[in-house]
Design a protein around this ligand. Sequence first.
Ligand code: ADP
Ligand code: MG
Length: 366
Amino acid sequence: GRGSLRLVRRPCRVMVLVNPHSGRGQALQLFTGHVQGMLTEAAVPYTLVITEHQNHARELVRKADLSQWDALVIMSGDGLLFEVINGLMEREDWEEAIQTPLGILPGGSGNALAASIHNYSQSPPAWNEELLLSCGFMLCKGLVVSLDLVSVHLASKQRVFSFLSLAWGFVADVDIESEKYRHIGAIRFLMGTLVRLASLRVYQGRLAYLPIKEAPKPPRNSIKTSPPPSTPQGPPDSLLPGLDQPVPESWTVVREEDFVLVLAIYQSHLAEDLWTVPGALANDGLIHLFYVTAGISRPALLRLFLAMEKGAHLACGCPHLVYEKVKALRLEPLSPQGMITVDGEMVEYGPVQAHIHPGLARLICG
Ligand code: ADP
Ligand code: MG
């Protein structure tokens, strides 16, 4: 149903990548305790790969013979999937490589994609082991849908691919500062939010975006042309000017320059208990852009995050919260120091811009 494709052959060969240090450091035990038996019963042959260091998975999938694998499954938080997606996009055969079905099992402290796919399956909310079982079950079913990716350009001209979020200000600070509470699991974000609220600050910057209604429609029978020579490997970002160029006329430039947070998200959940975009789908072709302007009180900001557990934050009537559906955006922080995260991972601080690529990847879901 829902336009999904049953493309994972059975029996299929699955590479399961486990980060033994993610979350509370129990990803491997959780896998053997809860998922292994399910896969065996469903006759899904898999090979377990335990990552030994950061970027191990990225290097591995960059070089792997992908004809050997029908799916790559990540048992960790969102950070390990970020590695895998970027490893695939760094390959010369990226166009084919990124078609490899990707699966996620919640083994980290930030399990936003796992919570999102559980939500897309229209199941009532689940956490911890229950969420793991739900995702394990989806893996056994092997239903594949397309997954939007967002290309993110950094000041150094590097480009990374993102499946979840681009954050600056409050959310990025909580993402990074709460990593030291990883051992307490998913509630590290609530903890981090409370700590950050105590030292709430304003972040200066410029924000501009291309609203969906202004986005040029691709011509119907467009002939595929090769990208201009300056384009890095991977799909061209046709909607983006160079970071040193002004944004086009069709873009909206936000008048405010004092923010508490800017968050671009393209899945329903930012964390297991943060239902940020109730209507989002893995392949809606949208960047859901949220920003909160300066002047919001601490209680009002806390109220937004608490309401987000039930996806009710937009109904709070908070005048500082703005939500737009966009195709592309640019953010230019003016504060000399700060943090920007992509999929919860810290990236280079400075001007960034982002561009949606609808359905570029594929995800085991539903
Ligand atoms: P969590 O949700 O707990 O943060 P992640 O999957 O996001 O879990 O992983 C956290 C970080 O650990 C990521 O930056 C990831 O790239 C990195 N990583 C992956 N494998 C390892 C490993 N074996 N040792 C240390 N770090 C790793
Ligand atoms: Mg993480």
